[in-house]
Design a binder for this molecule. Structure first.
Ligand SMILES: [Zn+2]
Length: 328
């Protein structure tokens, strides 16, 4: 690695926004530019991405020769070798050659990862998993996903799909999932699942401070569940505790499989971590093999919603030597 190249551009392609940021080797954000994700044509998305990076470069005074490349974190199914986003439903992308587009427009090396893996790399190099060699990052938002660092290496699998934690089966005849299977974890513990269950139970007449919302014919949001929980609403607290139990059951399996040192939780649902995280920890302590789970740190993400964009630049530091000097 050339010492003079101490900056990288991170690009986070999500369902609602495109975020480009200039990141230092220390994982600091030196500048950022955000625009909305176009749901229209791929050519619009291409234009938006190029616009976001150009705007970022114009706003930051950085000497371009210091930039080592562009790291991309994308939702959906990707091919990191070919640098293609095969399919990202919520961004409306199919067979999108992000590598060719960026390399052609900016004459910089490009690396691509899925968003959960990028966030895992970010938390591992600069965040809650710093200094450890066995870290699992779990994102809980609309769905549930994960990125696995095992013995100091990111596990990608043969087609970048390792870590589909949301689709492990936790109930053999459970709720039908979009993947076609039944009883997937994310049907019980994701933001959507929490929301669906809250509304269902309230419609069945559970006692809660949220009941008037349902009685007015409205739908309860997770933000309202979070507020109610903070105000001591037993129903909401119990609902979040249950989600934590499901996540905890899944985490026990991950720890048993990977002999993990730290499990880091991120994603929007972790805004309610005060209620979910203790429940995850209790469940892991209760069901895990004592020797394997007693020293595992289970904690909240440090980089928050910037884990993906920061971690995308970490793709340039995955070389083992580089990592050993950084990850101290
Ligand atoms: Zn599934």
């Amino acid at each position: 690695m050339e010492e003079s190249k101490d900056l990288a551009i991170g690009l986070d392609l999500g369902g609602t926004k495109i975020l480009a940021a200039l990141i230092s080797r220390e994982g600091e954000i030196l500048g950022e530019f955000e625009c909305k994700t176009s749901t229209g044509k791929q050519s619009d998305t291409t234009a938006n991405i190029i616009f976001a990076i150009n705007s970022l470069l114009a706003e930051t005074v950085a000497d371009r020769s210091r930039i080592m490349g562009i790291g991309v974190a994308s939702a959906g199914i990707i091919d990191s070798e070919q640098k293609i986003i095969h399919y990202a439903k919520n961004i409306g992308l199919e067979n999108f050659p992000i590598g060719t587009i960026l390399e052609g427009n900016f004459q910089l090396p490009v690396k691509l990862s899925n968003d959960a893996n990028a966030a895992a790399i970010g938390e591992w190099i600069w965040g809650a998993g710093k200094g450890k060699q066995n870290v699992i990052y779990i994102t809980v938002s609309t769905g549930v996903g994960s990125g696995i660092i095992s013995n100091g290496q990111l596990m990608t699998g043969i087609n970048d799909s390792a870590g589909e934690f949301g689709h492990i089966t936790i109930s053999h005849d459970g709720i039908l999932c979009e993947c076609g299977n039944r009883g997937c974890l994310e049907k019980y513990a994701s933001g959507s699942a929490i929301n669906m269950r809250a509304n269902q139970l309230l419609k069945n007449g559970e006692t809660s401070s949220l009941l008037p919302i349902i009685e007015k014919g409205l739908v309860v949001t997770n933000k309202e569940v979070a507020t109610a929980a903070k105000q001591g609403d037993v129903f909401s607290i119990q609902l979040l505790k249950e989600a934590g139990e499901y996540l905890g059951m899944g985490v026990v399996s991950l720890i048993h499989l990977f002999n993990t040192e730290a499990v880091v939780f991120g994603g929007g649902v972790m805004n309610m971590s005060a209620f979910i995280l203790p429940s995850i920890k209790e469940t892991v302590a209760k069901y895990g093999i004592a020797k394997m789970v007693e020293k595992v740190e289970i904690k909240k993400s440090v980089l928050g919603n910037k884990a993906g964009v920061i971690g995308a630049t970490g793709l340039f530091y995955l070389n083992r030597e580089e990592q050993l000097t950084m990850n101290k």
